[in-house]
Design a binder for this molecule. Structure first.
Ligand SMILES: [Zn+2]
Length: 556
């Protein structure tokens, strides 16, 4: 049985899948703990993205996915400040754009027994006779009411403040001309339905009491504006986290008050991405609306950033650190939007390892960058990748991508491999490496293939030979459809091996592959320039300006 991917996130179809025995391995799935009583044992399974410090005291982060399993009856959604009107016209317009998808999200959550709390701050008197308002007011005072739950929480700690990524001190209106201030909000936007079984409140105390009465431990927050109310309100992310709730932000159902004329001078939407990243580092994990709606990621109409999806699942080369860092440069300096589909890292058992959470985001991708090593995937996840290739969109493969889906050992039932991914997509023929792993051992030297110097991907890449840390892969012979750009060698060993090339994949899309990609390679300006150029080339865009002229300085 195969579920339609658009419906893959739908709770209903997955509940059905669970009942008839299909593996619930999607972005959002309802699983059964025991064959009996599937309905009330169902759990919400969320892929929650977080950024964790590589080590204490480090400023480097890894991006990770945790699989959360929440009981719906212990879970609430808080809709923050989705007002009918805002003093900023742009903000009002974006709320109206968000609201229909948010309503879908909320309807699915409600249907599954999640408590819905509407929190249109300072307008709840509009609902004074609504049963949802009365529900919030009638919850008895909780014995464990936190002392500061009635107040805003501006910062988690001093450290959060010092690394805050945007300047919002002007109020964040992105419009031209600037909007005047004011308080034009009267109620929540009507697009979001309020059911009699929901609650309405803007009070930290009321919401806490309500949660105690209903046994709510898990909180999903969506709404606006991420950098202000969503983070700081009495019922916002910071307070819920510091008072011990399990909290996630829905990162595509939110917006930021950020003006692109202010530091760090990025687009309005990149401002939101920066805040989301900040939240993932310092406050709580984030999820996407796909997990509830089964729809592709929500994107604003004016958000024209090409979407690059990094598919990361390997344990050898820290790709969960190097690629998010590279993605930050793409977002801040080059106007891209980036998402990650992440495999389970090192520690997991064999079966869990063969799972790349969030591959459904490929539906929305303009470019996929694959850094995966020896994984099988649940059939439905592999279909996401195969469909992406069929769509003819471009792909970039890094290093272990040549054996990305060639797992060792026997396949588990329900899992599939794609050993010919190397041939079908990359045009390669990986069959081992030269074993020059030791740092003091024979080195890998690479150089631009002489007649290829003017290839756009090699713009700004030195033409002379230079040293890379990656031990040399054996990849010959390549498919006839490839064009070799860069060659490598170890000592005088023959043959020399291609280390970077372009190809056209079986779906007709552009491909760039390089067998380089060791973490030390990411420190080389020449490697970074080549990868950056390849991203522009894959998307058929003119090459970016070369920032630093790089010389081939290696002497040997
Ligand atoms: Zn405005």
């Amino acid at each position: 049985m195969r579920l339609s991917k658009l419906k893959a996130g739908s709770i209903v179809s997955l509940l059905l899948a669970a009942l008839i025995g299909a593996a619930p391995l999607n972005d959002f799935a309802v699983s059964k703990e025991t064959p009996k009583a599937a309905t009330n044992k169902n759990k919400i399974i969320l892929n929650a993205r977080r950024r964790i410090k590589v080590s204490d005291g480090s400023n480097e982060f890894r991006v990770v996915n945790n699989r959360l399993q929440w009981n719906p009856s212990e879970t609430a959604v808080i809709i923050c400040d989705m007002w009918d009107q805002h003093w900023c016209k742009g903000a009002t317009r974006r709320v109206a754009e968000l609201a229909p998808r948010m309503n879908q999200f909320v309807a699915e959550a409600r249907k599954n027994g999640v408590l819905i709390v509407h929190a249109p701050s300072a307008t709840v008197s509009h609902y004074k006779d609504h049963s949802a308002r009365k529900r919030a007011q009638s919850a008895p005072k909780a014995a464990n009411l936190p002392p500061e739950i009635g107040k805003w929480c501006r910062w988690i700690d001093a450290n959060e403040k010092t690394v805050y990524p945007i300047d919002q001190s002007d109020g964040g209106c992105d419009c031209e001309p600037r909007c005047k201030g004011g308080k034009p909000w009267r109620k929540q936007i009507d697009t979001i339905h309020i059911s009699d079984t929901d609650a309405i409140s803007d009070s930290g105390e009321e919401i806490w009491n309500l949660f105690e009465r209903h046994g709510i431990d898990n909180v999903i927050i969506l709404g606006v504006h991420t950098n202000m109310c969503v983070l700081g309100r009495p019922f916002g992310l910071r307070n819920m986290v510091r008072y011990g709730k399990n909290v996630v932000l829905v990162r595509d159902l939110t917006d930021t008050m950020y003006n692109h004329r202010m530091r760090p001078y990025v687009s309005h939407f990149t401002g939101t991405s920066l805040i989301v990243e900040h939240i993932e580092k310092f406050i709580c994990p984030t999820i996407t609306s796909t997990m509830f709606t089964g729809q592709p990621l929500f994107r604003f109409k004016n958000d024209e950033r090409p979407l690059v999806v990094f598919v990361i699942a390997e344990n050898e080369y820290d790709a969960d650190k190097t690629l998010p860092e590279f993605a930050r440069e793409l977002e801040n300096n080059y106007g891209f939007s980036c998402e990650f589909a992440l495999g389970i890292p090192k520690t997991s058992i064999a079966k869990e390892r063969n799972n790349i959470a969030g591959l459904g985001v490929l539906q929305s991708a303009d470019l996929a960058v694959v850094y995966v090593r020896r994984r099988a995937l649940p059939a439905e996840q592999m279909e996401c990748l195969r469909d992406y290739i069929k769509s003819g969109k471009p792909l970039i493969g890094l290093r272990t991508a040549s054996h990305a889906f060639a797992p060792r050992g026997e396949l588990q039932p329900g899992f599939v491999d794609w050993p010919k991914f190397d041939k079908d997509v990359l045009g390669g023929n990986y069959h081992g490496h030269h074993g020059n792993k030791a740092e003091d051992g024979p080195r890998t030297y690479v150089w631009v293939k002489p007649e290829m110097e003017s290839h756009p991907i090699l713009t700004g890449v030195p033409s002379g030979e230079f040293y890379v840390r990656s031990w040399l892969y054996k990849t010959l012979p390549l498919a006839k459809t490839t064009t070799v750009l860069m060659i490598g060698r170890v000592d005088d060993r023959k043959p020399h091996e291609p280390v970077a090339w372009t190809n056209t994949h079986i779906g007709g899309g552009r491909v760039f592959y390089t067998s380089l990609g060791h973490p030390d390679d990411f420190k080389l300006p020449a490697f970074r320039q080549m990868l950056l150029n390849a991203i522009f080339w894959a998307l058929d865009k003119p090459m970016p300006k070369v920032k630093v002229k790089v010389e081939a300085t290696v002497s040997h």
